[in-house]
Design a protein around this ligand. Structure first.
Ligand SMILES: [Zn+2]
Length: 99
C-alpha cells in the first residue's frame, strides 16, 4: 500500500495531501520564497490551495510564527497574488478534467 504524504496547513491546521497544498520555503540564507513545484531545499510551510486558507495566512501573518523570523510584507503580497492564481489554475484544471 502506498501512503500519500501529508502535511499540515498552517491556516486551518488540518492534515492534507501534499499535492493539495502550496509550499513556502525558507532557505538556509533566510530567503523566503514560493515553491510552486514543492522541490526547493529549506524549511517548508504549507497552506491549502483554497483562498480562505491563503487569506488567513496572509492576514494573520502566520509565516512569521512558523519560521520564527520576520517575513517581509512582499512575501505575503506574493502569496496573496501568486498563490491565489495558482489555486485558480489548479481548480480550473479540476473542472476541465471532469468533462
Ligand atoms: Zn488549510
Amino acid at each position: 500500500m502506498k501512503s500519500i504524504p501529508q502535511r499540515m496547513c498552517i491556516s486551518c491546521r488540518t492534515m492534507q495531501d501534499k499535492k493539495t497544498l502550496l509550499r513556502i520555503v525558507r532557505d538556509k540564507d533566510g530567503a523566503i520564497t514560493l515553491d510552486f513545484k514543492g522541490k526547493k531545499a529549506g524549511r517548508g510551510a504549507y497552506v491549502c490551495d483554497n483562498p480562505d486558507c491563503i487569506n488567513k495566512c496572509v492576514k494573520k501573518k502566520l509565516l512569521h510564527k512558523v519560521f520564527g523570523c520576520a517575513v517581509p510584507d512582499e512575501v505575503y503580497g506574493y502569496i496573496g497574488n501568486e498563490y491565489k492564481e495558482e489555486c485558480k489554475r489548479r481548480h480550473d484544471d479540476d473542472i476541465l478534467g471532469d468533462k
